[in-house]
Ligand binder design. Structure first.
Ligand code: MTE
Length: 315
């Protein structure tokens, strides 16, 4: 098993939580008021050492994390270009603040909230989650986030809430890729409610102890490490509790190739390539590919969610 209880977290993965949230608040205010750009640097330089650190989650892997540069320059984010090196440039001027999050559907509490207000109350509950991420390639990313389920519970989903749908911001003036027809916009994803409530499904607000970079889905994105990367939807503006299964963007676009579950499974090939092995980004072009693990190595935590299901049919 690759997950260990007391991971050896690098100091670079950690940011003092009050500094982190102070900086986040500051950056929002700076964005709104167009304040001088020199101040964040000063805040960073003044980092006090006596405050508490964000602590690592028990789910963190002991594998070496990818570099900040790998994680922020090799991205899939079609709203900001279809090339993996495009989002870092095309999302540079995207200002995610202020951000509104709509909660709708089968829940007792619904409405549109300022994300800032939602996160302010959660500051001390965020953890570092150093998790593997797999598509045809793989990375290990030290996210900062908190379990999605903790947030969902606050809106009191009803017994009819069997699924949860997630929707990305739909604004072609701010997301230039939405002017093309490469996908049907806005990007959508969905989970069964038990998947959404699993403590390994997180909402990420940062990485490497910093605010979430735009190209990685600022200000709020999902991370579901036992599923292929496309399930981890970025820049979420709506969470809808549903009685029926929602469609998801990649299945909508290519239903024979992408399913609803998208659980990492080395025994089920994508129609156009094997999914048995993965190329670890940053390992060098001559490094051998590594074997992909069932549920991306998180089988002990999540296999029970799919007991009795045919995972070849439910891909
Ligand atoms: N979310 C939105 N809104 N748009 C996208 O194009 N791409 C997905 C997912 N979330 C995507 C998205 C895919 S295919 C992957 S692999 C991951 O984001 C990549 O996340 P990363 O760039 O942070 O590694």
């Amino acid at each position: 098993m690759l997950i260990k209880k007391t991971p050896d977290i690098l100091s670079s993965e950690i940011t003092d939580s009050r500094l982190y949230f102070g900086r986040r608040r500051f950056m929002r205010e700076a964005a709104t008021l167009a304040l001088a750009a020199s101040l964040p640097t000063r805040l960073l330089a003044d980092k006090p050492t006596w405050l508490n650190n964000i602590s690592p989650s028990d789910f963190s892997t002991s594998e070496q994390p990818n570099s900040y540069s790998d994680i922020t320059t090799y991205n899939n984010y079609y709203e900001f270009g279809t090339g993996k090196d495009q989002p870092q440039h095309q999302a540079r001027n995207f200002n995610p603040w202020p951000w509104q999050l709509k909660i709708s559907g089968e829940a007792e509490k619904t409405g549109t909230y300022n994300l800032e207000d939602i996160l302010a109350g959660r500051a001390m509950e965020e953890r570092i989650y150093r998790l593997r991420c797999v598509e045809a390639w793989s990375m290990v990313i030290p996210w900062v986030g908190f379990p999605l389920g903790e947030l969902l519970k606050e809106f009191l989903p009803t017994s009819r809430a069997k699924f949860v749908e997630f929707v990305t911001l739909n604004d072609p003036s701010r997301m230039p890729g939405q002017k093309t027809r490469v996908l049907q916009w806005p990007y959508r994803e969905g989970l069964r409610i038990d998947e959404a409530m699993h403590p390994l499904t997180i909402l990420a607000t940062g990485l490497y102890g910093e605010e979430l970079p735009n190209q990685n889905g600022a200000p709020l994105r999902l991370v579901i490490p036992w599923k292929y990367g496309f399930k981890s939807i970025k820049a979420i503006t709506e969470i809808r509790f549903r009685e029926t299964a929602p469609n998801n963007s990649w299945r909508q676009s290519q239903p024979g190739e992408y399913g609803f579950y998208a659980n990492v499974n080395p025994e089920v090939d994508h129609p156009r390539w094997s999914q048995a092995r993965e190329r670890r980004i940053g390992a060098g072009i001559f490094a051998p590919k590594q074997e992909t693990l069932m549920f991306n190595g998180y089988a002990d935590q999540v296999a029970s969610l799919y007991a009795g299901m045919d995972l070849k049919r439910n891909f």
